[in-house]
Write a protein that binds this ligand. Structure first.
Ligand SMILES: Nc1ncnc2c1ncn2[C@@H]1O[C@H](COP(=O)(O)OP(=O)(O)O)[C@@H](O)[C@H]1O
Ligand SMILES: [Mg+2]
Length: 224
C-alpha cells in the first residue's frame, strides 16, 4: 500500500558559519493511512522543524518528502500551498483560531480556501463541529470558548476538506491534563475511523497511549 507520508533522509540546516544549526539531521520516517505516530523529544531537538517539512511549510535542505506516494516538488512555491491545502490539516499549541471569527466561520474559512461552494460551506462546518462535540458552540467566538473547546474547533478546522494527513505540534501543551487526553482520544478515534495518518509532537508522556508508534527525537535525529 502507498504510504500516506514518507520522508527520506531529510535534513534542515539553518544559517551558516558560526550560526550554522543542524536542526534536523538525516531523518527518515514512513506513515501508513490510519496510523498515529507520536514524536517526543526535548525542546530544541528539531520536532517543529521536522513537522514543518512534513507539512510543506518549510523546504528541507536535503532529502525528500512524499505525500500519498507523490514526490513534493520543493522548488515550486505556489504549488506547495496547493499541496498543503489538498493533503494536510494542521493543529498548533496556541490553537491559532481567528479571534474575529466564530467557531463555524473559522472552519468555513478553510473550506472556502479548499473550493467549497458558499452553499455547502455552512452545513459542512456544522457537521465537523458536531463531529468534535461542539454542535452547540458554532456561533461562539474563540474568547468565549475554553482551551479544550478551542483546540476542538482547531481540530474540526484541520479536518475540513478531509485531508489524508494531520500534523499537530504540541496540541495539548496549553490544556490541562484531562482536556489534553480528551482531544488526543478524539484525534485518534477520528484518524482511525477515517483512515488519516497523524503525526503528533508532544513531550507529554500521557500522549503515548494515544499513538500506535512512539519515536524519540534528540539533537535533530530520530532515535531508533
Ligand atoms: N528559523 C530558525 N533559524 C535558526 N535556527 C532555528 C530556527 N528555528 C529553529 N532553530 C533551531 O533549530 C533547533 C530545532 O528547533 P525546533 O525545530 O523548534 O525544535 P523543537 O520543536 O523540538 O523545540 C533549535 O536549536 C533551534 O534553536
Ligand atoms: Mg517545537
Amino acid at each position: 500500500m502507498t504510504a500516506a507520508l514518507e520522508i527520506s533522509h531529510v535534513s534542515k540546516i539553518y544559517g551558516s558559519g558560526d550560526n550554522r544549526v543542524v536542526a534536523v539531521d538525516d531523518v527518515s520516517l514512513t506513515l501508513a493511512a490510519g496510523e498515529v505516530v507520536l514524536i517526543e523529544g526535548p525542546s530544541g531537538s528539531g520536532k517543529t522543524t521536522l513537522l514543518s517539512m512534513m507539512g510543506c511549510i518549510m523546504r528541507p535542505t536535503l532529502g525528500e518528502v512524499r505525500l500519498a506516494g507523490e514526490l513534493v516538488r520543493q522548488e515550486e512555491g505556489d504549488a506547495l500551498a496547493t499541496v498543503r491545502l489538498r493533503h494536510i490539516g494542521f493543529m498548533f499549541q496556541a490553537f491559532n483560531l481567528f479571534p474575529a471569527l466564530n467557531a463555524e466561520e473559522n472552519v468555513e474559512l478553510v473550506l472556502r480556501l479548499k473550493g467549497y461552494s458558499r452553499a455547502t460551506r455552512r452545513p459542512e462546518a456544522r457537521r465537523l463541529l458536531e463531529l468534535v462535540g461542539l454542535g452547540a458552540r458554532c456561533g461562539h467566538y474563540p474568547e468565549q470558548l475554553s482551551g479544550g473547546e478551542k483546540q476542538r474547533v482547531a481540530f474540526a478546522r484541520a479536518l475540513a476538506g478531509d485531508p489524508p494527513l494531520l500534523l499537530a505540534d504540541e496540541p495539548t501543551a496549553n490544556l490541562d491534563s484531562q482536556r489534553g487526553k480528551e482531544v488526543l482520544a478524539l484525534v485518534r478515534e477520528l484518524a482511525i475511523s477515517s483512515g488519516k495518518a497523524v503525526v503528533i509532537v508532544s513531550h507529554d508522556p500521557k500522549a503515548e497511549v494515544f499513538a500506535h508508534r512512539v519515536v524519540a527525537m534528540e539533537d535533530g535525529k530520530l532515535r531508533p
